[in-house]
Design a protein around this ligand. Sequence first.
Ligand SMILES: [Zn+2]
Length: 324
Amino acid sequence: MPATPSGAIDLGGTKIEARLFDAAMQTLELRRVPTPTGDFDSFLAALVGQIRWLEGRAGDPALPVALSVAGVVAPDTGLCTAANIPITGRPLGQALQAALGRALPLINDCMAFAYSEAHGGAGDDAGDDAGEGAGEGAVLGLVLGTGVGAGLVIGGRIPPRHAGLAVEIGHVGIPARALARHGLPLWRCGCGREGCFENYVSGTGLRRIAAWAGIEDADPARLAARIPRDPLAARVMAIWTDLAGEMLDTLQLLLDPQVIVLGGGLSNLPDLPARLQGALAALRLGQARAPLIRVARHGDSSGARGAALMARAGLADSGLRAAR
Ligand SMILES: [Zn+2]
């Protein structure tokens, strides 16, 4: 991999963050602007402005840049789907290419996060049973934030997919047994269906469980801090942990990763890897070997870092060479 500067755009519902990395993947420059949420044209203008800023700071109009996008890009049409960015139904990649005169890879943000943590991050040794580095195993990046999403890297690469979906575990249905165990209702999801994992296991879900149990406006960090002296807070966290364990169980049964790397705001909850390891152990099928559960090494910048790494290597989301 050539060691050159690279850039990334972290495209989210509140901000468009541009980050310039040096050859050692340290952040050299960072600029955030609010995401225009009204119409596509003003959004695109702000995005192009951020990319031009990166090129200018690097002094290189051909600077490798990739976008980490909180959404899904259809591989066949390029049409995007995103909950909080005005790009749904728009071919963002083609519009950017027309504006910039070159094509930039668009990468799902959870996939970019997983890629970063699989390369020099908390999952770097996945599948490396001999301790020789550069593991060939599967790394699942699990982002527990306002919503829930995941990305998968196998043998250092993002596997090709049919519809451009990431690991959309947030919109997989939670098992009936899990809700029955706690007497929880089926909650409606933003995707229009009911009972998705995201409604229970995200930060929003944790607040919702707390409200259902009688704790209003429960910030997850404050809730965790109350546990030693508040049995109700402890019960809420125990329910949440059990449901998160169900989600990990589903992920293990389907994908069987060596390492699960946690990101997003909830990954800062105290002792979370040990709590989830325990919850998963209580549910795990037979004598199946447990995945390692770790917190991300690169924190909030991991998605941007993964996108920049992929830009530098000339990779698109599918792991195929990007058109340039
Ligand atoms: Zn859903």
